[in-house]
Every structure is written in C-alpha cells, then in structure tokens.
Ligand binder design. Structure first.
Ligand SMILES: [Zn+2]
Length: 283
C-alpha cells in the first residue's frame, strides 16, 4: 500500500494531473452468504491485465465502457460469495496499468442468512428420479462454462409474477429426510401458464426437457453470469437465440420433480449459485 502511495505522489509531481491509481468502489464490505461483491474500477488508462482473488479463486475483471468526456475507463468485477461461508475474508484486486502492477486489498465481512428449513413431500418422486439429477446437472454445468462479454444491464427483473414460496438458501429435506440439500434458487409460484420473462439480456444456451428439473431454459448474460429457469411448461425460445430483458421466453409449469406450478429461478455466477432477488435491486 505504501509503495502505491509513493508512486502516485511521484507521478503527480512529474505529470501534473495524471492519475496513477484506479479508483475502486465496492457495493459493500458486508455481504450475505450467497451474495455478490460488486467492484467498479475507474481509471484514466486502460488495464493490460486484471483479476480479483477471493477465497482461493480467481475472477476476471470486465471492461464496461469508456467515457470520452470524462476520459475514464470503467471496469466491473462481480465476485460470488458461496453459501455456507461466514467470517471476514480478503478480496485482492490486481491490475496492470502503464507497465506497472497495482494491488488493492479489501476486507469482506460475510454474514450468515437464515432462510429456514422445510421438508418437501414428493411422494417418493425425488428418490425415484434422484438418479437422474447427476447426469442432467453435468449438462447444466457444461452449458455455463463459457465466459463471454457482459450483455446484461443492472438491475435484473424478477422473471415471473407470483409469490416467493421458497427462499434462496433454504435447507431442505425430501420425503422425511431421504435427501438433504440447500435451495439454490428462489421458487415463484403462480398459475400454470403464467408468463416467464428473460431476467436480462443474453443468449439462450439451453432449452430442453430434463427428468428432474423439468423443462429448462438457461441464459448466458455474459461476465460469467447465467440465469436458469426450471419446471417450465411451454418454451418459446431455442438454443442460440438472443433475448432482451423482459422478453417472454416460456410459461410456468410443474414439470420434473415439482409439487405444483412454480418457477425455480436460479442465478449462477462462475458456476456458484447466488441470491437471485439481490440482482433485482443491484444498480
Ligand atoms: Zn426451487
């Protein structure tokens, strides 16, 4: 840190108004488990390299825009805080600018969430079909491997009207404890056929019928961020098509392992499930 301050002062002396360091802004230093750390980086010069390190993982920093009037570059990093995390963690931001390397460290305090617990009665359907979740989860994971440029603009929209019947992070057992898991999305319940919209701009990377998750759509929003829609009835989009925020992509159903009409909406950031509703208020 000391080295950076000296460098900045020195650059100011020799180059007048030239700013040596990027300005870094975090959404917050206190984040819930299953939340997202949003870091915006502003600089008057482009980066020739950058990355964020958090909890042993490396995440990319994406170029957002260049403001000609302000002569300023904006970069964005979204970092997932996995469920079952708590305590104080360090976030390291590194970037290369003007042939010099800079490092910035922030402390992130991760708070526990209490989303409750429930036992879901599927009449044995969960155990019977449990064997199918492995192979289809592999396909779902594979569809989210690409890291494409950012297509979304904040905030996201809640993709369907209805009541949230099961919160993100809720601890679950099925049929009296035969299977234990944590709810990785939110359930929005409404009538069969309720319209389901794309939560943001992106490209459809999957539209298929699966045994466990039912009729499924996955959208790549770029920047390592994907939205997943399960238990659908009808689907209006095909793999490979571009969608805009609010486009109707499907209708709500109860396909796959489901106890009634609802949309399971999930947001995965670099493959890590994060709280979907948080994206509807993220600016
Ligand atoms: Zn669900």
């Amino acid at each position: 840190m000391k080295r950076i301050i000296i460098t900045a002062a020195f650059t100011l002396l020799i180059a007048g108004i030239c700013r040596a360091e990027a300005k870094i802004m975090l959404n917050s230093n206190i984040v819930k488990e299953g939340g997202v750390v949003k870091a915006l980086l502003y600089s008057d010069k482009p980066f020739s390299g950058s990355e964020v390190k958090f909890m042993g993982e490396k995440y990319p920093v994406f170029f957002r825009n260049y403001d000609k009037a302000a002569k300023e570059f904006t970069f964005l990093a979204l970092v997932p805080v996995p469920l079952e995390t708590s305590g104080v963690k360090k976030l390291h931001i590194r970037y290369l600018m003007n042939g010099r390397e800079y490092e910035h460290t922030e402390k992130i305090e991760v708070k526990k969430i209490s989303a409750g617990r429930s036992d879901v009665q599927t009449g044995g359907k969960r155990a019977e079909l449990g064997v199918n979740f492995g192979p289809e989860n592999k396909i779902i994971k594979k569809r989210q491997e690409k890291r494409t440029p950012i297509k979304f603009d904040l905030p996201f929209i809640k993709p369907a009207e209805g009541e949230i019947t099961s919160a993100f992070g809720k601890k679950r057992t099925y049929d009296g404890g035969s299977y234990g898991s944590t709810h990785k999305g939110v359930d929005i319940a409404n009538k069969q056929g309720t319209k389901v919209a794309a939560a943001n701009h992106g490209v459809v990377v999957e539209a298929a019928t699966m045994k466990g998750h039912g009729v499924t759509v996955i959208i790549d929003h770029g920047g390592g961020l994907y939205s997943l829609y399960f238990h659908l009835k009808g689907v209006y989009v095909k793999k490979g098509v571009e969608v805009k925020k609010g486009d109707i992509i499907a209708t709500m159903g109860s396909t796959g392992v489901s106890t009634g009409p609802h949309l399971h909406w999930q947001m995965n950031l670099f493959g890590i499930p994060v709280s979907p509703m948080d994206f509807t208020t993220m600016m």
